[in-house]
Design a protein around this ligand. Structure first.
Ligand code: GDG
Length: 500
C-alpha cells in the first residue's frame, strides 16, 4: 500500500463497505486485505482506468483512517461508531429496510432513532464523497444502506453526474408504503440521474412509489423531477431501469478448469461416501434464502422413501451473516435444529443426510463444490439477483449439473432453462428435486449449455459498462466543460471494460 497521491477524483464509488478488510494478526499487527467480492471485481477495471476513489466503511467500529491506495484503488474510509453500527447498519439497514424490501418475510422494525442515525450516517458518506469528487465527477452510489446520498450529493454539488444501484429488490407499493419515511427515501433516490435495479419489476415498483408519493410524472423508463424554486434547481429527468448484475463468469470457468480444483471436487464426493447424487445449497444464513423450505422438502422426500439417504446427500453451506441481529440468531437455531432432526431421523453410520457447514470458504473451495454438485438448489423466497445461481452455471464447463431456481430470485428472469420453482409450494419443490435427480444427461446438457451461453455473455463487465453508458448519456444533458473531461474519461473506460 502506498499513501494517496492526490485528493480529487473524476470517478467515485460510494458503498457501505470498502473493498478491503482490516485484518489483525495473532500477534496483534493490523493490515489491509483486499476482499474479492462481486462488486470489487465489477468495478476494479473502472477504478483503475479512471484513477477513481472508493468511499466506504472499513468494517470495524470507531476507527479513523487516512485515505490510502490498495491495488491501484484510492480508498477513502468513513468511520462508524459502535452506535452508528447498531442504529444505522444493524438497525435501519438490516432490520427495517432489508425485511421490508424482501416482501416482509420477517417483520420489519420501525424505530425513529434508527432513522435519525440512517440520515446522519448517509450525510457522512455524502460529505466524504463531496470532499473527494472533482468538478463534474461521476459518482456511483451502491445499495439500500445509502438511499439518501444521491439527493444529498445533488444539493451540495449540482455539477456531479450521480448513479445509484439497488442490489436488493424494490418492493410493491402496498408493502413499501408501510415505511414511515417512505417519501424521504424516494426523494433521496431521485437525486440520482440513473437509478438501476435488478429486475424490470423493481424499476416499475419504484416508479409507482414515486407517482403515488411525490405525484411524479413518468414516461416509459423516465421520471420527471420538477424544478425547485427554493433551491433554484432546474427540472430533470431520472432514468429508473433494470440492469441485472452478473459475475466475472470467465474467472469461475477458469478456476473450474484447474485440475487441482477438479481433484478437490472428486475428493469432496468421496468424503461424502460417493453418493449417486450430491445436492448443494450455498447461502449467507439469511431468512430470505428459503433454507428452511429446502430442508423441509428434502426431509419429506426422505420420509416418503422417494429418495434414500445412501443415494442422495445434501451439502448446505450457510455462511455466517449479521450474527448480532435477533432474527438471524433465531434463524440459525431453527435451521440447525432442523438439520439435526433430519440427520438424526435418516442418517446411517456410513451416510449423513445433510452435510451442514456454518463457515465461509475460499472461492476455490466454492468452485470445487459447484463442480461436485449434480443438483444446485437456490430456493430464495425473495432475492435481488442471486449470484450463486450464476456462479454454478459459469463453473460447469462440462455442461452438466441441474439448477433448481426460485422464481423469486432475480436470476430466474434470465436463467429460464433452470427448473424454476415456487419455494412456498413444497410439493412442487419436491417434484422438481426428483426431476433434477432423474433428468437424463442429454436434457441436462441442453439446459446447461443454453444457460452458460447467457451467463458468459452477460458478465459483470458488461453490467458495469451498460450502467455507466446510461450514466454517461444522462451526464451529457447537464454537462459543463469540466464535466466533459470526467465524462470523456468515462467513455474511454467503458470501451476498456467492454474489450476486456
Ligand atoms: C446481495 C443480494 C444480489 C457465500 N458464501 C461464501 C461465499 N459466498 C458468496 C457467493 C456469492 C455471494 O457470496 C452471495 O451473493 P448472492 O447474490 O447469492 O447474495 P447476497 O449476499 O444476498 O447479495 C443479491 C447481490 O447482492 C449482488 O447484487 O445478487 O440478491 O441479496 O458470490 O459465492 N463466497 C466465499 N465463501 C463463502 O463461504 N468465497
Amino acid at each position: 500500500m502506498t499513501p494517496k497521491t492526490h485528493n480529487r477524483y473524476d470517478f467515485v464509488v460510494v458503498s457501505n463497505r470498502l473493498p478491503v478488510d482490516r485484518i489483525i494478526s495473532p500477534e496483534g499487527d493490523a493490515s489491509w486485505q483486499h476482499s474479492p467480492g462481486g462488486l470489487v471485481t465489477a468495478l476494479e477495471p473502472v477504478m483503475q482506468a479512471t484513477d477513481g476513489a472508493w468511499v466506504g466503511w472499513a468494517g470495524q467500529p470507531d476507527l479513523e483512517f487516512e485515505p490510502f491506495v490498495s491495488d491501484g484503488i484510492h480508498i477513502v474510509p468513513v468511520a462508524l461508531s459502535a452506535d452508528d453500527i447498531e442504529n444505522y447498519y444493524e438497525g435501519f439497514s438490516n432490520d427495517t429496510l432489508w425485511p421490508l424490501y424482501h416482501d416482509v418475510i420477517a417483520p420489519p422494525s420501525y424505530h425513529r432513532e434508527w432513522w435519525e442515525s440512517y440520515v446522519a450516517v448517509n450525510r457522512r458518506f455524502a460529505d466524504a464523497a463531496v470532499a473527494v469528487a472533482a468538478e463534474g465527477a461521476v459518482v456511483w452510489v451502491q445499495d439500500y444502506q445509502l438511499q439518501l446520498v444521491p439527493k444529498m450529493l445533488r444539493t451540495a454539488r449540482p455539477d456531479l453526474t450521480i448513479g445509484f444501484f439497488n442490489h436488493i429488490p424494490f418492493p410493491p407499493y402496498g408493502i413499501y408504503s408501510q415505511l414511515p419515511w417512505r417519501t424521504q427515501i424516494i426523494d433521496g433516490l431521485l437525486g440520482a440521474d440513473v437509478i438501476g435495479f435488478q429486475r424490470v419489476a423493481d424499476a416499475s415498483n419504484f416508479q409507482r412509489a414515486a407517482r403515488r408519493l411525490l405525484g411524479s410524472v413518468t414516461k416509459s423508463a423516465y421520471i420527471e423531477v420538477q424544478a425547485d424554486d427554493a433551491t433554484g434547481a432546474a427540472s430533470r429527468r431520472v432514468l429508473a431501469k433494470a440492469f441485472p448484475i452478473s459475475i466475472d463468469s470467465s474467472s469461475f470457468e477458469e478456476m473450474a478448469r484447474d485440475p487441482a480444483i477438479q481433484a478437490r471436487a472428486r475428493e469432496i464426493r468421496e468424503g461424502l461416501g460417493n453418493p449417486k447424487t450430491v445436492m448443494l445449497g450455498v447461502d449467507r444464513l439469511d431468512y430470505t434464502k428459503g433454507i428452511g423450505h429446502r430442508l423441509k422438502a428434502f426431509g419429506e422426500l426422505l420420509a416418503e422413501g422417494r429418495i434414500e439417504v445412501e443415494d442422495v446427500t445434501l451439502v448446505q453451506v450457510a455462511s455466517p451473516s449479521r450474527e448480532r441481529v435477533a432474527a438471524y440468531m433465531q434463524l440459525r437455531d431453527e435451521i440447525e435444529l432442523t438439520v439435526g432432526r433430519i440427520n438424526g431421523d435418516f442418517g446411517t453410520m456410513s451416510h449423513q443426510a445433510i452435510s451442514y457447514h456454518h463457515h465461509g470458504y475460499p472461492r476455490e473451495e466454492m468452485v470445487a463444490l459447484y463442480l461436485a454438485a449434480d443438483v444446485m438448489l437456490v430456493t430464495a423466497l425473495r432475492d435481488g439477483m442471486n449470484l450463486v445461481a450464476k456462479e454454478y452455471v459459469a463453473s460447469r464447463f462440462d455442461d452438466d449439473g441441474v439448477l433448481v431456481l426460485s422464481e423469486f430470485a432475480g436470476a430466474s428472469d434470465e436463467l429460464r432453462r433452470s427448473l424454476r420453482i415456487n419455494p412456498h409450494d413444497i410439493d412442487g419443490l419436491k417434484d422438481a428435486i426428483v426431476q433434477a435427480i432423474e433428468m437424463p444427461r442429454v436434457e441436462r446438457q441442453r439446459r446447461m449449455r443454453s444457460m452458460r451461453k447467457l451467463v458468459l455473455a452477460n458478465d459483470v463487465a458488461r453490467w458495469s459498462a451498460e450502467f455507466l453508458t446510461a450514466l454517461r448519456a444522462a451526464g451529457d444533458n447537464n454537462a459543463t466543460d469540466d464535466d466533459d473531461d470526467a465524462l470523456g474519461e468515462l467513455e474511454v473506460t467503458i470501451e476498456r471494460i467492454r474489450r476486456r
